[in-house]
Design a protein around this ligand. Structure first.
Ligand code: C2E
Ligand code: CA
Ligand code: CA
Length: 422
């Protein structure tokens, strides 16, 4: 076979040699995965998939000069060592590999892309430093999305390090109780009593409050979000139990559950176990789930919602209207509450599309009501918006017009005293 097609040990030896010769700065490392290769094994038999992979490898080798190298790490993951003079052309060719495979009966043309990260090896002083750069670059590409190609700049490198530091700090932070739960009331427009509240997490890190958007997507990508969601649920249950023991009223609190939970087999059991541990009646907990754009998820979501319903735990569809399949979701997944995303709320002031937006909004509300669901409108900020919502027949509102997310002490006061000055 081609002498440029080597194993990882040989690549490390070569990198060591280039470092010793002071030539490493003239090279780039590329980590790539063939985009959608899985699809091949669905269309063709397994051994045919191998043939297509071989064809791809030959193609990739043809993009290399004699002193460049290619390594298969396993599956459809590869690393290439590419010279500075060829890197741009190599990446461009690799980004669209056209292959035609025929087995005598079927012929198929493929256009393969890649998910790839690549980095200049300047400054690398150990062979393993090459693989470290390759894997950070690849992670950066993956976090951009499948099929993306990313060049590792110092800025991206720093961002990846920051993300890594969040993932690494997470288990300790959860043990030390650095995650705080804030509560944002959901309020009946008619009499300003509370229908419920949403639990929203914050991270008290190095004495500063970090908003969820700065860490949730990272924990979501890593998968640790699931532990955090259970932690928030447990914190909420503990709080409700404390109130009950002090003879105080409690209300239904909703907890956000990431779609990463769809991968768990015991999600519903786990939720119920936590609620029961604190003796909270099931109707006081609601689980917020975001709509799903993926069919596989969709079926799973529907099962989970039904199981929770049987247990008496309510569910709400978060950010309704922001996905691709919103209407399909309300038709097929039987959630109790639909939370209309703030992007749908018509603005209160005069602007060209106002009339049309109000009409659209009214019709969405009408439709959801016809289906017998409860509506909560989120992110309501002004009295003018409130007026539009009232006219459309929405009765429950969550937003700055009533409250920002409150600390647990503020929330308790709100529950005990209601709205005294509105
Ligand atoms: P979300 O579930 O859509 O939560 C609503 C967000 O809107 C919250 O942002 C809330 O503070 C904000 N908000 C409420 N009223 C208004 C308003 O009147 N105007 C505007 N502009 N914004 C308003 P927050 O607390 O920053 O949370 C952001 C997102 O982080 C949440 O969006 C949710 O997706 C996620 N999140 C928060 N806590 C958790 C959690 O415990 N688990 C999971 N998985 N996700 C969480
Ligand atoms: Ca939510
Ligand atoms: Ca939302």
């Amino acid at each position: 076979m081609d002498e440029r097609y080597i194993d990882l040990d040989s690549l490390m030896q070569r990198a060591g040699m280039l470092i010793a010769q002071g030539k490493i700065a003239d090279y780039y490392i590329v980590f790539f995965n063939i985009h959608n290769f899985k699809y091949i094994n669905k269309v063709f038999a397994y051994h045919e998939g191998d043939i297509v992979l071989e064809m791809h490898i030959k193609k990739a080798l043809s993009f290399l000069t004699p002193d460049e190298r290619l390594v298969r790490l396993g599956g459809d993951n590869f690393v290439a060592l590419v010279g500075a003079a060829n890197i741009e052309e190599f990446i461009e060719k690799l980004s669209c590999v056209q292959l035609t495979y025929s087995n005598g009966i079927k012929e198929k043309k493929f256009n393969f892309g890649v998910t790839a990260g690549y980095a200049c090896l300047e400054g690398v002083s150990q062979p393993r430093g090459c693989m470290a750069k390759a894997s950070v670059a690849y992670q950066a590409a993956r976090s951009e999305g499948a099929g993306k190609i990313v060049f590792l700049t110092p800025e991206i490198n720093e961002k990846m390090m920051r993300q890594q530091s969040i993932v690494t700090a997470f288990p300790g932070a959860i043990k030390k109780g650095e995650f705080l739960v804030y509560y944002q009331p959901k309020v009946f427009v008619s009499d300003q009593t509370m229908y419920g509240a949403e639990a929203l997490v914050r991270w008290l890190r190095h004495g500063e409050i970090v908003p969820p958007m700065n860490f949730i997507p990272i924990l979501e990508a890593d998968g640790s979000i699931c532990d955090l969601d259970y932690y928030v649920l447990e914190t909420v249950c503990k709080h409700l139990k404390g109130r009950k023991e002090n003879g105080k009223d409690i209300i239904c609190v909703s907890v956000n559950f990431s779609r990463r939970h769809m991968e768990e087999d015991d999600l519903v059991e786990h939720i119920i176990e936590i609620i029961d541990k604190y003796d909270i009646e099931h109707q006081y907990i609601e689980i917020e789930l975001t709509e799903s754009n993926d069919y596989q998820d969709f079926k799973k979501l529907s099962d989970i919602v039904s199981q929770l319903r049987l247990e008496g735990v309510g569910t709400s569809m978060d950010d309704f209207g922001t996905g691709f399949s919103s209407l399909n979701m309300i038709k097929n997944v039987d959630m109790n509450v639909i939370k209309i995303d703030k992007s749908f709320i018509p603005l209160g002031t005069d602007y060209p599309n106002r009339k049309r937006d109000v009409e659209l909004f009214n019709n969405i509300v009408h439709l959801i009501k016809q289906l017998g669901k409860r509506i909560v409108v989120e992110g309501v900020e002004t009295k003018e918006q409130l007026e539009i919502l009232k006219n459309a027949g929405c009765d429950i509102v969550q937003g700055y017009v009533f409250d920002k997310p409150l600390t647990v002490e503020e929330f308790d006061n709100r529950l005990d005293e209601g709205y005294t000055n509105m």
